[in-house]
Write a protein that binds this ligand. Structure first.
Ligand SMILES: Cc1cc2nc3c(=O)[nH]c(=O)nc-3n(C[C@H](O)[C@H](O)[C@H](O)COP(=O)(O)O)c2cc1C
Length: 316
């Protein structure tokens, strides 16, 4: 079956409430927000917030919806989602297909997520790069009441030029425009795993200067060098082949960003052991996407079981 059809079928089944997983309490408070456990659903799975009320029932401690853009858009032509099961990887070039920020705001009016909700914002395809900051600010204005934190996604490889917005001036302009809308909401920037250390240093500098709450690392990669066999599809690669890169970026960030800044680790977390390692190496929270797709609906709960057992055997 076509992977995108499976994805939509999965979303329909989740929103109807047929999947359940135990909610295991491994609480932590990060940036002043209480999380029932530190495992989140990564952005891109529930772009339009179709399953907002269900993520808690699947054992997640928080969920990030989006990427949402100012304008509704169809995304790239199909096929645009590819599974590489023998390498535990996914390639996607969706290109931010979503119903737009206003439609999401309307849906959120009547939602009750119960767990903390992140909202991930992107640039619409039709908006020129030099006007990107207006797009982010528009969506933030429409949605700021509904999110516990907001993410500026400048790291998807599937919108032309988007990753160039990771430079210091562009990021500063985007966050200045958003802070003018609301200066109280926790703000994050989500970065690519393909940045050189100097570019990561620049992002950290902007995060400090703009008083961001934290950094999410990482998005998908355009690198294919870690694939055993490359299907030749363009787009962002995620899952097991991304793991080492994401770990390296996370460690660099933790060593170089202020200790009181929040780090959300994502990329290649395929087993509960991977999750434990990522939290132990300095992530305050983690997120899963490909690992969840391959492991199945109990993944967040299975990670929490391991974390809970560790807490019981090594109480801090
Ligand atoms: C099909 C698919 C769609 C995605 N869409 C988005 C998106 O809209 N916005 C975003 O910030 N990240 C998106 N991502 C990236 C994930 O949130 C995550 O950063 C990345 O997949 C690495 O984690 P993983 O190895 O656990 O999958 C997407 C990933 C996949 C596989």
């Amino acid at each position: 079956m076509d992977p995108e059809k499976i994805h939509h079928l999965g979303l329909r089944m989740i929103s109807s409430g047929v999947f359940r997983a135990p909610q295991i309490s491994v609480p932590r408070t990060v940036f002043g927000v209480s999380f029932p456990n530190p495992i989140g659903l990564a952005a891109g799975f529930d772009k339009d917030g179709l399953c907002i009320n269900q993520w808690r029932n699947l054992g997640f401690g928080f969920a990030e919806i989006g990427t949402v853009t100012r304008h509704a858009q169809l995304g790239n032509p199909k096929p645009r989602l590819f599974r590489l099961p023998d390498q535990k990887a996914v390639i996607n070039r969706f290109g931010f297909n979503n119903q737009g920020a206003d439609a999401l705001a309307q849906r959120l009016e009547s939602a009750n997520p119960v767990i903390p909700l992140g909202i991930n914002l992107g640039k619409s395809k039709i908006t020129p790069l030099e006007n990107a900051h207006f797009d982010y600010a528009y969506s933030f204005k429409a949605l700021h009441r509904f999110g516990d934190y907001f993410v500026v996604n400048v790291s998807s490889p599937n919108t032309e030029g988007l990753r160039s917005l990771q430079d210091k001036d562009s990021l500063t302009q985007i966050f200045s425009e958003m802070k003018a809308v609301n200066s109280n909401k926790p703000l994050f920037v989500k970065i690519a795993p393909d940045l050189e250390h100097e570019a990561i240093d620049e992002v950290i500098q902007v995060a400090v200067d703009m008083q961001l709450t934290g950094i999410i690392a990482t998005n998908t990669t355009i690198d294919r060098s870690m694939l055993r066999s490359d299907p030749g599809e363009t787009g962002g690669l995620s899952g097991l082949p991304l793991k080492n890169k994401a770990v390296e970026v996370q460690k660099y960030l933790r060593a170089n960003m202020p200790t009181d800044m929040t780090l959300i680790g994502v990329g290649g977390i395929m087993t509960p052991q991977d999750a434990v390692e990522r939290l132990d190496s300095g992530a305050n929270l983690i997120q899963v996407y490909s690992g969840w797709v391959y492991h199945g609906p109990s993944f967040a709960a299975d990670i929490c079981k391991v974390l809970r057992n560790r807490m019981l055997t090594h109480p801090s």
